[in-house]
Design a protein around this ligand. Sequence first.
Ligand code: UTP
Length: 463
Amino acid sequence: MTYEKAQAVLKQHKQSHLLRFWDRLDAEARAALLRQVAALDFASIGRMQAMLQSPQAAAAATGQISPARVVELDAAARTRAVARGEEELRAGRVGVVLVAGGQGSRLGFEGPKGAYPIGPISQAVLFHFHVRKVLALGRRHGVTIPLYIMVSDANHATTRACFEAHNWFGMPPADVFFFEQGMWPALDAQGQIILDAPGHLFQSPDGHGGTLSALDASGALADMSKRRLQTIFYFQVDNPMVEVADPTFLGVHLLEQAEISLKVCAKRDPQEGLGVVVERDGRCAMVEYSELTNEQKNQRTADGELYFKYGSVAIHVFSFAFLQQEARAALPLHVAHKKVPVCQDDGKTVTPSKPNGYKFEKFIFDVLPDAKKVVNLAFDRCEEFSPVKNATGDDSPDTTRRDLSAKWARWLKAVGVAVPDDAQGYPLVPVEIDPCFALDPADLVVRLRQRPDVSQPVLLAEK
Ligand code: UTP
């Protein structure tokens, strides 16, 4: 884009202030600024401005809500689902999308969250567990399972460097596809785009809902199509307990001919910050934790269960056709009032003490009302969910390592190894199992040549 073109476009959209420091910029800074201007998505920015002008349009949807149907599998249904899911895997029709473009601000870790060391013994990083599950599952079924990883402009290079430093965790690089999500500017109360330096627009990732348009724009959807994928498993980088492309889940989704499926688990307590899947006007929708009233959060059924009992943990299966359809849909915007660094007239950057700017995001679950069929599958959270969100306390590295160790200790117990527990029921020594050593207790039976010494930390890894 030339300066003249940028001038014209910005004038048309009443954003000419973005060029006000032009005379002070060197050639490199000018080129960088023009690149940012060229990438601005004015259709979305127009929607953001409209939202600021009429906040009532942005208010949470209203209407009667009730909990959506949740599937709990008995043994026979589970067997049928596993068989269907395995058939899909063996046919090579399954791909995996991992979203890792977030900023991880609560954790406060320098670097992409996927590079956070989480192995209870090895300190292996989050990506290690995710990628090696994909690899091991592909090996088990004799197929390639491609892995599509969403990154952002801010962490693309460091994420790729992490993969290179770890030799791609054993995965062939040709089957790992990084794609960048969109970045959106922040607006001030007048709808003006905020500059955070004389030649630079403040920008942040457009939310996990950005996965859909980014899959399309990056060519990842085209790659999926070329590989003839039909069933796409989706999950987040912060949960190393996830059963990646779990055949039971794939199978239920396929047998029920769903367009999107979600794994849901019983909330830890009424205040836990998970969204709940509801029915509203005959459609499924996600209601965020912050949108439920206190009364709704605490509402109980006659048998004492929470009425909105199940929370979503962002583990999904999409049918490929639905993913393609939604890639072009305009998802609703979510706005947050935040402190955004601003470039003052003297060219200095100041971070205000109070929120001054509006940041916008899209959320993946906003596709739900568009789906003709949605399946919510209940799972046992102690087996599959313990995310790294905070630096300390609940959902922090300490609780995740503890839960990982407990899960792997249960696998050892399932194959007859007596692992001593502490008073809270957690293993006395840490246990860690590389997914390429064993994906489940059935693998352990085959792989375990000798009983491990459980008086020491137990690390079982592929040689
Ligand atoms: P979170 O909502 O927990 O955000 O993301 P976060 O950025 O990881 O952490 P905080 O809120 O700043 O502390 C849930 C998942 O969605 C991905 C994250 O990488 C994580 O896997 N995500 C989130 C994206 O890929 N892009 C985004 O813009 C936001």
